[in-house]
Design a binder for this molecule. Structure first.
Ligand code: WT7
Length: 651
């Protein structure tokens, strides 16, 4: 592929209308999308009420739509009762019982098709087992599993009995798992012995044991799914095998009818300060967002094969594996492995094998696969594809064009979906039936989502291409409800900048002349590595927890595959920095927080650039980390000589 040709094309600001071939087969017609937009603009609450009636099955119908009497603590459909697992499973049994819900492909290539009837039975059996183990409505269960169907089963089983799950990504380390268990005061941990990813063993139970060896006093039961067959230690009276507790359980389990606002799950994500925040989502509103976005953005229909390559440990996996596709009664692919194992054509091979029609992945994966060369996708026909999606970080136009041309063969609209753990589901994205797409642009807010860009005083920025703070100015059903155990932090973080109706996303954005949104990046101390959020403060705390370190400052710099990577400036207590210590510190951070937090580079120095009032000048460190020329005013630096040292270390 001629890269420079693509680059030059982009400078022309190209725009692509929905391809005719796509429109011919689309489930939603442009007129239906236009009607949705009009209805939402005419009556925000009425629109969402109608969607909630059309797309959710209610045990007890709601009469109230939005309750904003205690803003920013919003409630939606608050007097209604329903059950999320019922909406994802039971309601399909009459018409889609034998339809495949999940096509699972393991790391080693094993394939399993699970029907809706079978998935329902598995969820019921596991739900009964959880109840027998004393897990009940409102109790928290932490799920620390590989990306295998049992993770979705465990989540749906919790939802069925009204327990609140908190999934912790399998790549997180023992201290990170422990912190999350402690913060959620979870009664149960659901994990596996281990699994293989890219042919490498991940010893989940061993990590879980480490986490449980200190703290985690709330844990009463550990359920272990046998996946790798690895030897594990089972603590007497605490640890039980998944297969033992489901043995003999009934295939039916009456759903626990919960209030629409009943917490469905907590999912931890990084913020700019302190420990990760437990983002708490409600039941009905969250599921509604998952369903509507699957229908509108992915045009998801009964004949599709949907594949979201995320791990269930992230919000993307929650919404676009466990909940959205199942609530829509769709067939989806779930994959345990990595894109480059055993060969860099794994994704493309799977697209053909399973005839995937909607494919959703992250820019970091697209860039990594693009680097491998076009020969890998070219080995496969890829003609089942009809929509390509991307999420997690800004996608560079070059990768966007490659995705469109080499994977989508210019037949498939690209949906670049902006959203967050907090927003629950897509917020700003092209709707493939009507939106003209632009490389690097997330285009327009979804129907029923009202986004704006404000300056510091709260005035909307109307100038084209001027950057500002991205906000959502009306509550939406699938928004987070609070931060678990910390309502003040919720209020302060998301509604502290302007007022109680203006949600501050933490990103900056700009609009072009046509009003297309483009996301510029975070406005806080959060970095985005391979589409995953990490707080620079978390990495700094991990570094200073090491016995050799006295002080650390962490910034990011661009990385051609990961998007961003971490550069840490470290002041040691007495040693001189050397390569061995740098490598030990990188491993240390990975052990403390997980591999995604591992600094790309450690630079040792005698001090950090500080203002006379003692504030670390992070902007300056960012410039230095990027190897750019320092043009900032350094006259307020308390220790200007440190600058030469920091720069010298980088060369
Ligand atoms: C942050 C949210 C939403 C699932 C994955 C990440 C960035 C997300 C895009 C996009 C540009 C994006 C933002 C956002 N982000 N999608 N399409 N274009 N940036 O969820 O871990 O909660 O991170 O990811 O900075 O705030 P998350």
């Amino acid at each position: 592929m001629a890269d420079n040709k693509i680059e030059s094309v982009l400078k022309e600001d190209r725009q692509f209308d929905p391809p005719q071939a796509f429109l011919d087969g689309a489930h939603l017609k442009p007129s239906e999308i236009n009607a949705l937009r009009e209805a939402a603009e005419a009556d925000h609450e009425g629109f969402w009420a109608q969607q909630a009636k059309d797309h959710l099955d209610w045990h007890k119908p709601f009469s109230q739509v939005l309750d904003d009497s205690d803003a920013p603590f919003f409630k939606w459909f608050a007097d209604g009762e329903m059950n999320v697992a019922y909406n994802c499973l039971d309601r399909h049994l009459a018409t889609r019982g034998d339809k495949t819900a999940i096509i699972f492909e393991g790391d080693d290539g094993e394939v399993e098709h699970i029907s809706y009837r079978e998935l329902h039975a598995r969820v019921c059996r596991f739900a009964n087992a959880l109840k027998a183990k004393g897990l009940g409505k409102g109790d928290r269960a932490v799920i620390y599993l590989p990306n295998i169907p049992q993770a979705a089963v465990a989540m749906l089983a919790c939802a069925r009995i009204g327990a609140i799950h908190s999934v912790v990504f399998g790549g997180f380390s023992a201290p990170a798992l422990r912190d999350r268990i402690d913060d959620a005061e979870a009664k149960m941990l659901i994990t596996a012995d281990g699994n293989y990813r890219g042919g490498k063993l991940i010893a989940l139970k061993e990590v879980a044991d480490q986490a449980l060896s200190e703290g985690c006093a709330s844990i009463e039961t550990v359920v272990v799914y046998k996946r790798s067959g690895t030897d594990v230690t089972m603590a007497d009276g605490r640890d039980v095998w998944w297969h033992d507790i489901v043995d003999g359980q009934a295939d039916e389990c009456e759903p626990e009818w919960v209030n629409a606002e009943h917490p469905l799950f907590i999912l931890y994500t990084s913020g700019s300060t302190g420990k990760p925040k437990g983002i708490q989502h409600a039941s009905a509103g969250y599921l509604l967002g998952a369903i509507c976005s699957c229908r509108w953005v992915f045009d998801l229909g009964d004949d599709d094969v949907f594949w979201c390559t995320a791990d269930v440990g992230w919000i993307t996996g929650h919404t676009y594996i466990t909940y959205g596709p199942t609530a829509c009664g769709a067939t989806q692919v779930m994959f345990e492995g990595v894109p480059t194992y055993p060969e860099p054509d794994r994704f493309w091979k799977m697209v053909d094998t399973h005839q995937v029609s909607i494919f959703y992945t992250a820019p970091t994966a697209i860039r990594a696969l693009m680097k491998q060369g076009d020969e890998y996708p070219q080995r496969h026909a890829l003609d089942s594809l009809r929509i390509l999606g991307t999420v997690g970080e800004p996608i560079n136009p070059e990768a966007w064009m490659w995705y469109r041309q080499v994977i989508g063969k210019e037949r498939c609209p690209i949906v670049d979906t902006w959203w967050q753990t907090e927003t629950g589901a897509h917020m700003i994205s092209p709707l493939p039936q009507t939106t003209s797409t632009k490389p690097g642009s997330v285009t327009y807010p979804l129907p029923g989502i009202v986004a704006d860009i404000l300056d510091e005083s709260g005035a909307p920025i109307t100038d084209a291409n001027a950057g500002g703070v991205l906000v959502i100015t009306k509550p939406w059903p699938y928004m987070l409800r609070t931060i678990w155990g910390d309502p003040d932090r919720y209020k302060e973080t998301y509604f502290g900048m302007y007022d109680a109706h203006t949600y501050v996303a933490g990103d900056s954005a700009q609009r072009d002349e046509q009003g297309n949104f483009r996301i510029l990046g975070r406005i806080d101390d959060v970095v985005n590595i391979s589409g995953h959020r990490m707080g620079t403060m978390e990495v700094e705390s991990a570094l200073v927890a090491h016995s050799a370190v006295s002080e650390a400052a962490v910034v990011s710099r661009p990385h051609d595959v990961k998007g961003e990577c971490i550069v840490a400036f470290v002041i040691l207590k007495n040693d001189d920095g050397n390569d061995k210590l740098a490598s030990d510190l990188r491993d240390w951070v990975a052990q403390q927080l997980g591999a995604i937090a591992k600094p790309e580079e450690i630079r040792f120095a005698d001090g950090l650039p500080k203002t006379r009032s003692g504030k670390i000048m992070r902007r300056l460190l960012r410039t230095v980390a990027r190897g750019d020329e320092v043009t900032q005013d350094v006259s307020t630096l308390e220790n200007p000589q440190i600058l030469d040292q920091l720069q010298a270390k980088g060369s």
